[in-house]
Design a protein around this ligand. Structure first.
Ligand code: SAM
Length: 236
């Protein structure tokens, strides 16, 4: 039974042609830096099996490919077909020798057997899940092997009140109006801005990961808390 939100699925499908450019433009390239830093923290065994959820156009998986080498077995999943097609095109161009599989799947209902992966990643995806976040965390834990790790990179909340106010203003104005105009889809960019403003803080996300059964859950903040990387380990 589908659990993902069909409206969101359509929205992400529609913005695919502008997605990469606007991501880099509106974050002044910080999204690229954050993915690199997140992947830089990953200790992957040789031949690692890595699943990237909400993979979008595959940027995080490409970074994993760069670090993990050609023996890694990489899978990207997303519920928006146009995003997956773009991921396929881009990875064929940028990493032609790297075997990668892209498939259509909801993050709350994964088509993989238990214990299939050494690591599960998700970048800028969990804030779109909201009511289904716990379901997704459970699915991540199910498909990970014992000792495997989950890496969650997401936009967060700057701790300094003045920076948070400035940042929220940036989201409400530049992201909503400039992003909306360039993508010719203002509702989509209003949603993206609001989803950042409304998303939970890093301590709450950590608590939800612990509740889902992950151990040793920790997080680090990037750029004064504009983004955060949470890491958790599946117990034995
Ligand atoms: C903000 S984009 C992030 C894409 C990519 N990970 C990145 O680093 O740029 C969010 C992605 O999550 C996907 N998505 C949102 N909700 C989903 C769900 N419930 N199941 C699967 N994919 C989902 C969207 O289609 C979109 O490609």
């Amino acid at each position: 039974m589908p659990r993902g939100n069909p409206k969101l699925q359509r929205m992400f499908s529609n913005i695919t042609p502008h997605y990469d450019f606007l991501n880099h433009f509106l974050s002044a390239g910080l999204d690229i830096t954050w993915r690199k830093r997140a992947v830089g923290t990953m200790a992957l065994p040789a031949g690692a099996r890595v699943l990237d959820l909400c993979t979008g156009t595959g940027d995080l998986l490409l970074e994993v490919a760069r670090r993990a080498g050609a023996r890694a077995r990489l899978v990207g999943a997303d519920f928006a077909q146009p995003m997956l097609l773009e991921a396929l095109r881009k990875t064929r161009r940028k990493a032609p020798r790297q075997p990668m599989l892209f498939l259509s799947a909801e993050s709350e209902n994964l088509p993989f057997p238990d214990l299939s992966f050494d690591a599960v990643t998700i970048a800028f995806g969990v804030r779109n899940l909201w009511s289904t976040l716990d379901l997704c965390l459970k699915e991540m834990a199910r498909v990970l092997r014992p000792g495997g790790r989950v890496y969650i990179l997401e936009m967060s909340r700057p701790r300094l009140p003045w920076l948070r106010r400035l940042y929220n203003l940036y989201l409400r104005t530049v992201v909503t109006y400039v992003g909306g105009a360039l993508a010719r889809d203002r509702p989509a960019y209003r949603y993206l801005a609001q989803s950042i403003i409304r998303f939970m803080g890093p301590d709450e996300l950590r608590a939800r990961m612990l509740q889902a059964g992950f151990h040793e859950v920790s997080y680090r903040l990037y750029e004064w808390g504009i983004a955060a990387l949470h890491v958790g380990t599946k117990g034995a």
